[in-house]
Design a protein around this ligand. Structure first.
Ligand SMILES: O=C(O)CCC(=O)C(=O)O
Ligand SMILES: [Fe+2]
Length: 206
C-alpha cells in the first residue's frame, strides 16, 4: 500500500511533549469529534433499541484511536493502491479528508469516488456495528487510490471497543456468530498475512 499511517490512542495525545504543534492539532480534532461520536452512537443504538450502556461499558477514550494517513505521490499509481479495499474495524469511523480526491466507496459493484470536501466529515459504519445490528447497518467497503502528482492526508477517528468486548447480533436469527473484538483483530491479521487482504466480517458469518 502506498501510504503511511500514525496510530494514536486518545490518552497518549496528552503525552506528546516533543510535538506540541501536532499535539494541539490532534487534540483539537479529538475535542471536536468525540462529542459527535457520542451523539452518533446514541442515535444509532436508539434506532435499534440497543442499550447505550453497552457502549458505555465497552468503549472509552482508551479504546478509540486516531489514524493519521499520508498518501505520498506515487510514480506508478495504476499499479498500486494507497489503501487496500477494506471495511473499518470499528463501530464507525469519522474521517476528515483534505481537498485531494482519493477515497472511493464500493456501491453496487462499482468504485465511486468521494468528492473531497475539507469542510465536511465522512462517517463510515464499521464491521462491528454491522455485526451488532445484524446487518441493518452496513459497513461500506472503501479504498484509497494512489495519486501521481499530489500527496494526500486524512485523519480517521475510530470509535471502537476494548479487545475483550463481545460483539453479538442483537436480532434473531443472527447472521454472525458471537465474537470478541480481539478475535476479530486476530482473524484480520491472519488474513492479511495469508491472503494479502482484509477479509473482514464475512469470516464470522453463520
Ligand atoms: O484516507 C481516507 O480518506 C480513508 C482512510 C481510511 O479508510 C482508514 O484509515 O481506514
Ligand atoms: Fe477505512
Amino acid at each position: 500500500m502506498w501510504s503511511e499511517a500514525l496510530h494514536m490512542f486518545l490518552p497518549d495525545i496528552a503525552n506528546m511533549d516533543q510535538h506540541t504543534n501536532l499535539r494541539s492539532s490532534v487534540d483539537g480534532f479529538v475535542r471536536a469529534v468525540s462529542p459527535l461520536a457520542e451523539s452518533l452512537v446514541q442515535i444509532l443504538a436508539e434506532e435499534l433499541n440497543i442499550k447505550f450502556s453497552y457502549f458505555q461499558h465497552n468503549c472509552s477514550a482508551n479504546t478509540c484511536y486516531l489514524r493519521l494517513n499520508r498518501y505520498p505521490t506515487c510514480p506508478f499509481p495504476s499499479k498500486i493502491v494507497g489503501l487496500l479495499p477494506h471495511e473499518d474495524p470499528s463501530f464507525f469511523t469519522i474521517v476528515h479528508q483534505d481537498h485531494i480526491e482519493g477515497l472511493q466507496l464500493m456501491k453496487d459493484g462499482n468504485w465511486i469516488s468521494v468528492k473531497p470536501n475539507s469542510q465536511a466529515l465522512i462517517v463510515n459504519i464499521g464491521d462491528l456495528f454491522r455485526a451488532l445490528s445484524n446487518g441493518v447497518y452496513t459497513s461500506v467497503k472503501h479504498r484509497v487510490i494512489a495519486a501521481e502528482k499530489v500527496e494526500r492526508f486524512s485523519v480517521a477517528f475510530f470509535y471502537g471497543p476494548s479487545i475483550d468486548a463481545v460483539i453479538e447480533s442483537y436480532a434473531t436469527p443472527p447472521l454472525y456468530r458471537k465474537f470478541t473484538f480481539g478475535e476479530y483483530q486476530e482473524q484480520t491479521m491472519k488474513d492479511l498475512k495469508e491472503a494479502g487482504e482484509k477479509v473482514g466480517l464475512s469470516r464470522f458469518l453463520l
